[in-house]
Design a protein around this ligand. Structure first.
Ligand SMILES: CC(C)(COP(=O)(O)OP(=O)(O)OC[C@H]1O[C@@H](n2cnc3c(N)ncnc32)[C@H](O)[C@@H]1OP(=O)(O)O)[C@@H](O)C(=O)NCCC(=O)NCCS
Length: 93
């Protein structure tokens, strides 16, 4: 595995199975500094994370991505993430 540069940031917080019917890991954010993008760091980090999450006994990884974020969407699509449920919002302002 290629290691991301030390100042790149990958954060993961696992959620308690008690609060979720499927024991899952939730990714709050994934950021590769601009100077280091398009070198496979995000893909490698996500694949490594998948191994770690499996080892924890969790069976699912979820995350939120904005529809306009086509770059991140392409990454998640490549990694096999699929849309699940539609979140509805009503703007009040
Ligand atoms: C999204 C992000 C993490 C990708 O990091 P990265 O290290 O550059 O991505 P990788 O080099 O591992 O790319 C893996 C795949 O992602 C997709 N991808 C990455 N950058 C892309 C771009 N600029 N345009 C289109 N697809 C892209 C491609 O499918 C790519 O596979 P390929 O190289 O075979 O085409 C990075 O662009 C980033 O930090 N963006 C800002 C923060 C952000 O939006 N985070 C996601 C929050 S949900």
């Amino acid at each position: 595995m290629k290691l991301p540069p030390s100042d790149a940031s990958v954060s993961l917080v696992g959620r308690s199975p008690a609060r979720h019917p499927v024991p899952e890991a939730f990714i709050f954010d994934l950021v590769i500094l601009p100077a280091f993008r398009r070198r496979g760091f995000a893909e490698d980090a996500m694949l490594e994370l998948e191994v770690y999450v499996r080892r924890l006994g969790l069976t699912q990884i979820s995350l939120h991505v904005f529809e306009h974020n086509t770059v991140a969407s392409a990454l998640y699509d490549k990694l096999g993430f699929v849309a699940f449920n539609n979140r509805l919002i009503k703007k009040l302002a």
